[in-house]
Ligand binder design. Structure first.
Ligand code: DQQ
Length: 577
C-alpha cells in the first residue's frame, strides 16, 4: 500500500462544542472567537506600525497563531503557521507558509493548506512535518470536518524537485485517523512529527483529554497512511485538561547537539512537551522513552503537571521544535499572542508573532533544557555599546546610551561579592509569578532586585523591568527572574500586564548571573542564567516608543551589584514576509 492508495476511512459523528460568555464565543475552551470580527477584509487598510516587531516573525497583516510543521528541506527552512487570511482575530484558519535560508529573514509563499475538502472544510489546524526516507516531507495536520469533528490528515508536496515546496496535495484517502468511539472528537488534535522505530513502525502522538486527564494518544503505521491506535497512550497526566500541540523528541545526555526524532538509546533522554488549553501555558518533562512498550516515563526531577518546567514563563504557546540536520541542532518555535484587546488588534490590522527560534539542548544538570536564540540572529546586530565593571549601589540605575533601545539585543553579566544580605525565602512561595507580583522591582530587597529596565520612557513613567532577586532557603539560594509588565504602558484599557516570573535552577558559586534580553518594540524576550529560565512579555508603551525608548541597568537591593560587562546592540530589521 503506498501513500495514495488507501481508501477513505469511515466517518464517525460527534459535535464540536461552542459556548458563549459575555458575547465572546469559545470553541471547547480554545481560541476566543469574535464572529463579527473574523472576516473583516483589511487588505487595503493601513497597518499600524506602532508596536509592530521588526526582527520577530510576523506576516504583513492579520491574525497568526501556532507555528506548524517547521522543517529543513534542501537547504531551505520552511515555517507554516496558523493564519486567518480575513482578519486580525482567530478564524478561517489556513496553513500560511514562509521560507528562509537563515531562520531570520523570511519570504512569504501562498498558503500550503486551506480548507477545501470534506476532511478539512471547517479548518486546517495544527500539525507537524516528518521527513520520510529519500528526503520526502509529509505533513500531518488536524482537519475540521463537516460535523466539526477533529480528524487527522496528511499532505504531500506536489513536486519534490521544488525546494520551496509551493504546492501541497491532500490525497483523497484522508482522513487517515478519525476519532474512535473512546475519543472526544472535539479534543483530538495536533499530531507530532513521527518517529521510526527499529521494527519499521512509524509513530506519532495526538493531543487529547479524557475527562480532566491530559492524553497523548499513540498511533502506529507501516506506510504512513494506515494508522492504528496503540492500546495505551504514550503518556497521560491527571487534572491537566486538554493537551494541545504535544512535542516529543530525544536529546543527548551531554552536548548541545540535536537529534533526529527516531534516535533512541541509553545515551539520550526524551522530552515531552504539552500545551495546556486550560491555562494557555505549556510544560515539559525530561524522562525516559521505552520504545518496545511505547511508554514514556518522566524523571522524578520533572513535575508532571501545572507546576512543571516551562520553556518560557511568559507569553509563549503552542510551540513546536524540529531537527535541523544541516546544523545538527534542535530548534524551537513558539507563538506569542497579543496582550491587548481584540478591538485593538482589529484597529492595528495584525495580531500575533512567532518568537525568535531557539536552539534547545539538555542542561548538564540533566533536569531541564537550556535555550538560546539561534546564532543567525547575531547577523542583525548593528551598533554596539559596552559597559564594564559598572558598580550599582542600592537605588542606582545607569542608562545604556547610544543604541536603539526599542530594537535591541542585550547581554549582561551581573556579579555580587556576597549573598549574606539575601532575604529569607518563604517556603510557601511556590508560584514565582505571585512572588514577583508581591515584591516587584521597585521595593528594596537584599540581593536584588537588579536587572534591566527595558522600553523605558524618559521620565520612567513607563518601563518593563527584567530582573533577578536572590533569596536564602534552608540549604541553598533561590533565584527569581521576573519580567514585569505592570508599568509597561500608561494605557490601561484592555491591556493584560502580568508580572511573569520563574525560578532559575543555577549554581551561584561564581557569584555571577547572566541575562540576555531581546527587545523588539512590543516584545521583551529574556533568557536568564544562560538560557535556564526564559520569559517573554508583550507590552504596548505609549511614550517609550521608537527613538523615545531608553534602556537602563538598575539595582534596588542593599547588596551592591556589579555589571561585570554589558554588551548591547542596535538590531537591524529583518526582512520578514
Ligand atoms: N490552535 C490550533 C489547534 C491547537 C490550538 C487551532 C493551539 O490545532 O490545538 O488554530 O493554540
Amino acid at each position: 500500500m503506498n501513500l495514495f492508495t488507501l481508501p477513505s476511512l469511515l466517518l464517525g459523528f460527534s459535535f464540536f462544542s461552542l459556548f458563549i460568555n459575555n458575547g465572546v464565543v469559545f470553541v471547547d475552551a480554545l481560541h476566543k472567537i469574535y464572529p463579527e470580527l473574523q472576516s473583516l477584509q483589511t487588505d487595503g487598510a493601513v497597518i499600524k506600525p506602532l508596536h509592530r516587531t521588526r526582527f520577530h516573525f510576523q506576516p504583513r497583516r492579520h491574525w497568526i497563531n501556532d507555528p506548524n510543521g517547521p522543517m529543513l528541506f534542501k537547504g531551505i527552512y520552511h515555517l507554516f503557521y496558523q493564519y486567518n487570511p480575513k482578519g486580525a482575530v482567530w478564524g478561517n484558519i489556513v496553513w500560511a507558509h514562509s521560507i528562509s535560508r537563515d531562520l531570520i529573514n523570511w519570504k512569504p509563499l501562498k498558503p500550503a493548506l486551506y480548507p477545501s475538502k470534506p476532511f478539512d472544510i471547517n479548518g486546517c489546524w495544527s500539525g507537524s512535518a516528518t521527513i520520510l526516507p529519500g528526503n520526502k516531507p509529509v505533513i500531518l495536520y488536524t482537519g475540521i470536518d463537516p460535523q466539526n469533528r477533529q480528524v487527522q490528515n496528511y499532505a504531500v508536496p506536489a513536486n519534490l524537485s521544488d525546494p520551496y515546496l509551493t504546492e501541497w496535495i491532500k490525497p483523497d484517502d484522508n482522513p487517515i485517523v478519525d476519532p474512535d468511539s473512546g475519543v472526544n472528537a472535539s479534543a483530538f488534535r495536533d499530531p507530532t512529527t513521527a518517529w521510526l522505530s527499529d521494527n519499521g513502525h512509524w509513530k506519532t502522538i495526538i493531543g487529547s483529554k479524557r475527562k480532566k486527564r491530559g492524553m497523548a494518544y499513540l498511533y502506529r503505521s507501516r506506510d504512513f497512511v494506515k494508522w492504528t491506535k496503540a492500546k495505551h497512550p504514550l503518556h497521560s497526566a491527571p487534572n491537566t485538561g486538554m493537551w494541545e500541540c504535544p512535542d516529543f523528541y530525544p536529546v543527548p545526555l551531554s552536548g548541545r547537539r540535536g537529534l533526529d526524532p527516531s534516535v533512541t538509546g541509553n545515551w539520550v533522554k526524551h522530552v515531552l512537551k504539552v500545551s495546556l488549553d486550560l491555562t494557555r501555558y505549556e510544560y515539559y518533562t525530561v524522562g525516559k522513552y521505552y520504545p518496545e512498550k511505547d511508554r514514556y516515563v518522566p524523571d522524578n526531577t520533572s513535575a508532571d503537571g501545572w507546576s512543571g518546567l516551562r520553556y518560557d514563563y511568559g507569553n509563549f504557546y503552542a510551540s513546536k521544535s524540529f531537527y535541523d540536520s544541516m546544523k545538527k541542532r534542535r530548534v524551537l518555535w513558539g507563538w506569542a499572542n497579543e496582550s491587548d484587546s481584540a478591538q485593538d488588534d482589529v484597529s492595528k490590522g495584525w495580531a500575533g508573532i512567532q518568537l525568535i527560534p531557539r536552539r534547545i539542548w539538555l542542561d548538564p544538570n540533566r533536569r531541564q533544557l537550556l535555550q538560546w536564540p539561534v546564532e543567525e540572529l547575531n547577523k542583525l546586530r548593528g551598533k554596539e555599546v559596552v559597559l564594564r565593571h559598572q558598580k550599582l549601589l542600592k537605588g542606582h540605575h545607569v542608562e545604556v546610551k547610544g543604541i536603539t533601545a526599542a530594537q535591541a539585543d542585550v547581554e549582561v553579566v551581573f556579579s555580587f561579592s556576597s549573598l549574606d544580605k539575601a532575604e529569607p525565602f518563604d517556603p510557601s512561595w511556590v508560584d514565582a509569578q505571585a512572588v514577583c507580583d508581591q515584591l516587584g522591582s521597585k521595593a528594596q530587597g537584599g540581593v536584588g532586585p537588579f536587572g534591566l529596565l527595558t522600553l523605558a520612557s524618559e521620565n520612567l513613567e513607563e518601563f518593563t523591568p527584567v530582573f533577578f532577586r536572590i533569596f536564602k532557603s534552608h540549604h541553598k539560594h533561590v533565584v527569581l527572574l521576573c519580567s514585569d509588565a505592570r508599568s509597561s504602558s500608561l494605557k490601561e484599557d484592555g491591556l493584560y500586564k502580568p508580572s511573569f516570573a520563574g525560578f532559575v535552577d543555577i549554581n551561584l558559586s561564581s557569584k555571577k548571573l547572566p541575562l540576555r534580553t531581546l527587545i523588539d518594540h512590543s516584545v521583551v524576550e529574556s533568557f536568564g542564567g544562560g538560557g535556564k529560565t526564559c520569559i517573554t512579555s508583550r507590552v504596548y508603551p505609549t511614550k517609550a516608543v521608537f527613538g523615545d525608548a531608553h534602556l537602563h541597568v538598575f539595582n534596588n537591593g542593599t547588596e551592591a551589584i556589579t555589571v561585570d560587562y554589558l554588551r548591547a546592540w542596535s538590531m537591524r530589521s529583518a526582512r520578514v514576509n
